[in-house]
Design a protein around this ligand. Structure first.
Ligand code: ZN
Ligand code: ZN
Length: 104
């Protein structure tokens, strides 16, 4: 299955201009370029796995949104062509959630 880079809409204002501000081994702090809110995306297992996941091509930049897989903990959540979220590493189907939401 082909995938593309994870897309995250700001949980406060809905803007897609969201940037990842930390390193994958630290935290998942993201900032919204439109309203300045910060938040940490998280995932939970949505049940099942997608077969034959191909990692996003081109791969995400270091500032592109990312989220940890709830199953294998790899920072590899990405979008399927149908708009669902899967882990690019283990293929688990995921649901995106937000934690630590702070309005600017
Ligand atoms: Zn926002
Ligand atoms: Zn995974």
């Amino acid at each position: 299955m082909r995938t593309r880079k994870l897309e995250i809409a700001c949980p406060v204002c809905g803007s897609a201009e969201v940037y990842y501000t930390c390193t994958p081994d630290c935290c998942y702090n993201h900032v919204c370029n439109a309203c300045g809110a910060t938040f940490e995306p998280a995932t939970r297992a949505a049940g099942g796995a997608a077969p034959g996941i191909a990692p996003p091509d081109p791969p995400p930049d270091s500032t592109d949104p990312t989220a940890p897989c709830a199953v294998c903990y790899a920072p590899a959540a990405c979008m399927t062509e149908e708009g669902g979220v899967v882990c690019g590493k283990c293929g688990a189907r995921l649901a995106l959630e937000f934690e630590e939401i702070h309005k600017a």
